[in-house]
Design a protein around this ligand. Sequence first.
Ligand code: 4AD
Length: 461
Amino acid sequence: MKHIDIKEIVENKKKFIGKSVTVCGWVRTSRDSKTVAFVELNDGTMLKHMQIVFDKEKIDNCAAALPLCTSLKITGKVVKAANNPENVEINADTVEVLGECPPEYPIQKKPHSLEFLRTIPHLRMRTNTFSAMFRIRNVLTEAIHKYYLDRNYVYAHTPIITGSDCEGAGEGFKVTTIGYSNKFKTEEEYHANDFFSKSAGLTVSGQLEGEMMAMAFGKIYTFGPTFRAENSNTSRHAAEFWMNEPEVAFCDIDGLIEIAEEFIKFITKFVLDKCKDELAFFERFYEKGLIEKLTGIVEKDFARVDYTEAIEILKKCSKAKEFQYPVEWGCDLQTEHERYLTEEHFAKPCFVVNYPKAIKSFYMKQNDDGKTVAATDLLVPGVGEIIGGSEREANYEKLKNEIVARGMNLSDYEQYLDLRKYGSVPHAGFGLGLERMLMYITGIGNIRDTAIFPRARNELR
Ligand code: 4AD
């Protein structure tokens, strides 16, 4: 079906004025008067719609206002818009109705709540909010690839089915083709009879495989679906989300923090430059001051604080008594603590560094104090943690002892330990949650509204 993208016309107005074009799309609004009718047509190539003007004497198959989401093929002349000569519109010569849309179509002109739209995930991408969201998601993905590929990183596709729980938090989904039954005497026997002859699950992180690639390619990144069966039914936790994990050889924790800051600035600027209409939309309807906030990210330095100092700040702050979870050295920072630090104390993105060993994963580099590890989380206002990363323990004995001390199965980590045997080097990496970054960039408050088909606790449509 030969036709032209509306975006092409809008971006090259001068070239098209006076020319006849054919466009296809869906009716987003429609109004009718005695002699002319107007339709706002959207073909999906941009957030904005194209106004189509029908002279009712000429076009007799569109007598009444067209129902929303009717699909049309229109041929007509591109002209300067009557109400704004900076814009263009199309005076229709012929209109073909490709698909009718009955009045029970659930998305009508009135504003719908995000909660309601979550019940119709197959249609919600037709609304302005989700059109803007998934366009930004697309551009953000492009920015992530561009950052790494321009800097000699190799994109590594790490497996989705894995035999190990990287984070050791036991939040994995099982992969099985047989149900557990009494016929198996032990769990081992059950696993031995399953598809892989061992226990398998969906990946919670591509990091361990990423480290293996980094020991050959120096700088790699993974970017793909990640799964966590977290029981927390919060607005920030998804069961399926996309994680981007760079892994960098010959890099320590300070080098990693520099990379993370440069990376967040780069991808934010990329979206600021390429998604002006979409960000203006979110600024108008979801977060006042959004564009200024994002510009600040690009222009201002992030804060950095040691975990130990952060605990002191939290204990002494005016809100200390109001915290639901008490603060003591050794505790994991809760959302309320993270948000106080980044929103009120620093009022900007903030890296917390050197966490207690006991609350972090086995693979993190043990600091000389014997108590902390070289780990960092990046906290941002409104969301909390968007990045978690660390320098890795590169010493064979230390890593092996840690695996044993945590009661983990040494044989599951033999290959991972081999990396420390054969030419071990200091190395570091982090994970960015794509959906958390999207919450931050758009000001949308629930992670379920950043994924095309969200999967979260009790959410699988
Ligand atoms: O801090 P996390 O658990 O770190 C890792 O998985 C490391 N293996 C990363 C690495 O060093 N290569 O997770 C990293 C990020 C979090 O900061 C958050 O943005 C996101 O992944 N994330 C989630 N996003 C949505 N829903 C969840 N349930 C998430 N869990 C983590």
